[in-house]
Design a protein around this ligand. Structure first.
Ligand code: KG4
Ligand code: ZN
Length: 331
């Protein structure tokens, strides 16, 4: 089954073709990072306008790269939420149009669920699995018992981990997006130089908090005008990684998980991967970087599994900008 999927929930315009949930025939991703960089974050109106300008060309490019023709597309999927409302609209409507024109089934996909199952594009699942979604907009710990059978254990009560990277990078004058810039600086720094707070690390639940850490960095910079940039970056990164790895592994042990997975932009971080590998001895599923950040291949892959169980969406499906990590009602 060849699934064509469209993803436009934030600042990536992406169209992918995936065969049988595994074989990526094309995964075209056009990032708008340069467009939003001067503003230090994503500007929704700019993002939506850019999606609209690009979507036709990206879809055509995806078909060309895939080596199949429009006739060979068996189903069409798109992200319906969560994300920026006007950006979601562009991709969802494009996908509906394609499905209608081709006369093929259409399915709306939850972006967070797609992140959750994205490592499965490359690996055989081993359930129960503890999954961490860690991006610019989300920090969510979930337990998955099977594809579409999951529940959220906890999430951030304030900033997402990626947001903390971006805000601290801004304080340090490192530009946007902050994660890669901080990681690069941190390589030359001492992670034990500054003892930044590990908020909620030892709290009983599975929730996270990163805004206190950001404030701690702000005060440190105020009090130490001659700060050592690589040391600040390494110590900040270590505080985030300590919490992410500590809470993920604790949940995996507590819920007797057979495997652990992580996805989302922050999961690209080399120090995070290294520490998670060291802390969890069981099967660990980490997607390659291109599949960690927003992409349509993960939408197509999850759509494939849902289509197999007979799921379809009506063409009246609307965008759901603030939908959470849903749970399938199907068995
Ligand atoms: O998943 P993603 O592309 O978009 C969202 O859905 O949010 O994640 C982007 C986030 C940004 O906050 C960025 O700073 C962070 O992921 N990020 C990283 C790294 N690469 C991207 N954070 C830490 N280390 C990295 N290497
Ligand atoms: Zn995302």
């Amino acid at each position: 089954m060849n699934v064509l999927a469209v993803e436009t929930s934030c600042d990536e315009t992406s169209v992918a073709l995936v065969r049988d949930g595994r074989q990526i025939l094309a995964n075209v991703v056009s990032s708008q990072i340069d467009l939003h960089r001067p503003y230090g974050g994503v500007v929704p109106e700019l993002a939506a306008r850019h999606h609209l300008e690009l979507i036709d060309a990206i879809a055509t490019e995806a078909i060309q790269q895939s080596g199949i023709s429009w006739r060979d597309v068996d189903a069409v999927a798109a992200t319906y939420g969560p994300g920026l409302a006007i950006s979601l609209l562009v991709g969802l409507n494009a996908a509906k149009g394609i499905a209608l024109a081709l006369g093929k089934p259409f399915l709306g996909i939850n972006h967070l669920e797609a992140h959750l199952y994205s490592p499965l594009l490359e690996h055989e699942p081993a359930f129960p699995m503890i999954s961490l979604i860690v991006s610019g907009g989300h920090t969510i710990l979930a337990e998955c018992e099977g594809i579409g059978r999951h529940r959220m254990l906890g999430q951030t009560v304030d900033d997402a981990a990626g947001e903390a990277f971006d805000k601290v990078a801004k304080l340090l004058g490192l530009g946007y997006p902050g994660g890669p810039a901080i990681e690069q600086q941190a390589r030359q720094g001492n992670p034990a130089a500054i003892d930044f707070p590990r908020s909620m690390l030892h709290d009983p639940g599975d929730a996270f908090s990163f805004s206190g850490l950001k404030t701690a960095v702000l005060y440190y910079l105020r009090n130490h005008p001659r700060f050592v940039l690589p040391d600040v970056c390494a110590s900040f990164q270590e505080a985030v990684v300590d919490v992410l790895v500590g809470k993920t592994v604790r949940a995996a042990t507590e819920y007797r998980a057979r495997s652990v997975s992580a996805a989302g932009g922050v999961s690209i971080n080399g120090r995070f991967r290294e520490r998670l590998r060291a802390a969890w001895s069981g099967p660990l599923f980490l997607a390659p970087p291109a599949l960690c950040t927003d992409n349509a291949a993960m939408i197509a892959a999850l759509a494939y599994h849902k289509l197999l169980t007979g799921q379809r969406s009506e063409f009246t499906l609307e965008v759901a900008p603030s939908v959470g990590l849903g749970m399938d009602t199907l068995p």
